[in-house]
Write a protein that binds this ligand. Sequence first.
Ligand SMILES: [Zn+2]
Length: 227
Amino acid sequence: MAVEGAGDADVDCGVTACVALTFDDGPDAATTGRLLDTLAHLGVHATFFPIGSHVVEQPGLVRCEAEDGHVVGAHTWDHADLTGLSAAAVRRELESTATAVRDATGHDPVLVRPPYGDWNDTVREEAGRQHAAIVVWNIDSQDWESRNTRAVVDRVLSTVKRGSIVLMHDIYPTTVDAVPEVVEGLRERGLTPVTVPTLLGGKVGEGWVYYSQHDLVRPGSTQQTTE
Ligand SMILES: [Zn+2]
């Protein structure tokens, strides 16, 4: 399905070398607003995967994410490992989070990031039922582990490639501090940071799983393919 609302939808990542920066686990009152200011200053659009129970505590920050042209997905209600849940429980996790995001932004999230990147057939069927795609990543900034700005910058810039989806978290001040140098380094390498829908050409497949621009798993398949 087509994804609307991305502030960078005019970028053609079939021509331009693109990378998607993604930020999980927010919003956080201490860090998310500062990250939004930083991204606006840099002229960069990103993708946020907030936790539903955090969205209802800070709906204004999530509204700002959308109003600034970022894309807001969903990262479950309470950061559950979805692969350990029944279909009904997965559905509750996704529906409650979608409701919170819709209430905050006016739009249903069409991207789901399962906590820990763990998904199974049940998770993608339930995502597809909500007309959403699963978005994982192929570059882990390891910001959750290092909590160190220099380490985050070095990790991303030493591993990123054209088409990468980069995992970061907007709840760590060290990550927010790393963003200007990450963006500068990407641009020096000829890479343009964009939202996930823009990276994927403005469309996402319901129930599809994306690891990067070209690495994906189709519905009904367990094979990660490159196209
Ligand atoms: Zn997370």
